[in-house]
Design a protein around this ligand. Structure first.
Ligand code: COA
Length: 162
């Protein structure tokens, strides 16, 4: 039987996905289509959330997505997803996307995003998830930032009467 842990470290659920930009992934300028990057981000983050809670998950919110630089056809794309924070049934996953030229080996940060997933049971209802146990300085910084992001999101929602 799969024992559900009370808390898990970000390392236990981390996902690193590697893709290559093919012609069908590009926009009219010959660089990657933003929707393609968003799809990879959603997949990597969903796998990370599911590994953390060991339950099916659904995306409920995508926050603060930034495209900092274009990615050329033929480039490799590395999508890093790690859990930053968990509430009762929700999980904040931070995603960082890097592009890498496979010939020169030069890489650069291209995109970052924060996604919220909820763990669900067989009836589609939210279920409790393990807490996040931050270990490294980066884990701790991401944990505090995500906690502030949740608080800010709730305050903004109340202000806008969402
Ligand atoms: C996810 C879903 C089951 C949640 O149901 P719900 O009745 O809204 O549940 P709750 O209001 O109890 O919220 C559950 C958790 O989600 C969080 N949440 C809900 N909506 C949110 C939003 N828009 N942004 C951030 N967090 C949100 C709540 O804060 C709560 O977190 P907590 O338990 O950690 O405190 C329901 O909204 C749903 O099925 N949404 C569609 C998901 C989907 O189809 N996604 C696309 C494909 S994967």
């Amino acid at each position: 039987m799969n024992m559900i842990k009370k808390s898990k470290t970000p390392r236990e659920s981390e996902v690193i996905m590697r893709e290559m930009v093919m012609p069908s992934d590009t926009n009219a300028h010959g660089t990657i289509f933003g929707g393609k990057v968003m799809s990879w981000i959603d997949i990597a983050a969903a796998m990370c959330a599911a590994r953390h809670c060991n339950n099916p998950v659904v995306t409920v919110h995508i926050d603060d997505i930034e495209f900092r630089s274009p990615i050329n056809i033929g480039s490799h794309v590395i999508i890093h997803a790690s859990i930053n924070y968990a509430g009762n049934t929700s999980m904040i996953i931070g995603v960082k996307v890097e592009s890498e030229n496979p010939i020169t080996g030069v890489s650069r940060m291209t995109t970052k995003a924060y996604l919220t997933f909820v763990a669900i049971d067989e009836f589609g209802k939210p279920v409790a998830v393990p807490k996040v146990e931050p270990i490294t300085e980066d884990d701790k910084r991401r944990f505090e930032n995500a906690k502030a992001r949740v608080k800010h999101g709730k305050e903004l929602g109340a202000k806008l009467n969402k």
